[in-house]
Design a binder for this molecule. Structure first.
Ligand code: ADP
Ligand code: MG
Length: 256
C-alpha cells in the first residue's frame, strides 16, 4: 500500500534544561512510513527528542511538524501560537508512544488497559474499542490474555500489550523509547518481532534502541546523537557499516 501520512519534519530544534543543552539545533526529515533508529550514548538527548515530537517537552527554538501540522502550535502569519490543552491532546491521537517500562495500569486487565483511555476521552465507543482491542491483541499474539492482570504477564508480554495500547487510535507515527532495555535478554526478540511487523504496516516508526542488529535489519534511516546534536545520519548500511564520525565508530565498537 502507499502511505501518504506520518511525515515528520524537525527544524532547528533546541531545548535546554537550565544551562544544559539537551537538544542543540536538531533537524531531521522522516518520510511517511519510514523506520528510523536513533542511537547514541546515554544523555545525548534521544528521549528529549522523542518527547519533543509529542510536545511532552516544549522546545525553546525551532519547530516540529507532522504532516505539515505544527506540533503544539498553530501558525498565524509568520508566528506560532501554542495550542490549548484539548487541541494538543487531539494532535497526540496521531502519535503512539511506547516507553521502556511498559507503564500498564496494574489495576486494569489487559483488555481494560487497551480500551480505558479511548472510551474515557470519547475517542471510540465501547463497542468499537473492544473490537479494535481484539484485532490488536491478535496482532501482538496475546488475545488469550485479554482478561489477565499485567502482573501475571512476562515483561515481553507487557510490552507487547503496551504497543497494542499505543495503536488503539491508529496513529500515523509510533515512538519507541528503548522498548527492550528493561527486558530479560530472552524476551527482547518477541518485542522486536512485533515492531518489525509494524514496520511493514506503513506506520512511521522512530525507535531509540541499542539493538544494532534490529537497526540493520529494519531501519531505513539511522541517526546517531552526541551531546544534543545529530552527528551522523543516513541509511542504515551507511551509518552502521561505514560510520564517518569518530564517536559513532567507538559507540558501534562497544555495542556490536
Ligand atoms: P538520552 O535519552 O539520550 O539518554 P535525555 O534526552 O534523557 O538523553 O537527556 C539529555 C540531557 O538532558 C541529559 O543530560 C539529561 O540529564 C538532561 N535532561 C533530560 N530531561 C531533563 C529534565 N526533565 N530536567 C533536567 N535535565 C534533563
Ligand atoms: Mg533516554
Amino acid at each position: 500500500s502507499v502511505h501518504t501520512t506520518g511525515a515528520i519534519s524537525i527544524t532547528s530544534v533546541s531545548k535546554s534544561f537550565g544551562k544544559h543543552k539537551a537538544l542543540d539545533d536538531v533537524s531531521l526529515e522522516l518520510a511517511p512510513g519510514s523506520v528510523t533508529v536513533i542511537l547514541g550514548p546515554s544523555g545525548s538527548g534521544k528521549s528529549t527528542l522523542l518527547r519533543s515530537i509529542n510536545h511532552l517537552e516544549r522546545v525553546d527554538a525551532g519547530f516540529i511538524q507532522i504532516d505539515g501540522d505544527y506540533i503544539g502550535y498553530q501558525r498565524r502569519g509568520d508566528k506560532l501560537y501554542e495550542l490549548k490543552e484539548h487541541a494538543i491532546l487531539r494532535q497526540r491521537i496521531n502519535v503512539g508512544y511506547v516507553f521502556q517500562n511498559f507503564n500498564l495500569f496494574p489495576h486494569l486487565t489487559v483488555l481494560e488497559n487497551l480500551i480505558e483511555a479511548p472510551i474515557a476521552h470519547r475517542q471510540l465507543t465501547k463497542r468499537d474499542a473492544v473490537t479494535r482491542a481484539g484485532e490488536l491483541l491478535d496482532i501482538v499474539g496475546l488475545r488469550h490474555k485479554a482478561d489477565a492482570w499485567p502482573r501475571h504477564l512476562s515483561g515481553g508480554q507487557q510490552q507487547r500489550i503496551a504497543i497494542a495500547r499505543a495503536l488503539m487510535l491508529n496513529p500515523r507515527v509510533m515512538l519507541f523509547d528503548e522498548p527492550t532495555s528493561a527486558l530479560d535478554p530472552e524476551l527482547v526478540g518477541e518485542v522486536l518481532d512485533v515492531i518489525k511487523k509494524l514496520a511493514r504496516s506503513g506506520t512511521t516508526l522512530v525507535i531509540v534502541t541499542h539493538e544494532v542488529g534490529f537497526a540493520r535489519e529494519v531501519a531505513d534511516n539511522v541517526v546517531f546523537m552526541v551531546d544534543g546534536k545529530i552527528v551522523e545520519q543516513g541509511n542504515s548500511t551507511q551509518v552502521l557499516n561505514n560510520p564517518r564520525h569518530e564517536r559513532t565508530k567507538r559507540f558501534l565498537a562497544r555495542v556490536l
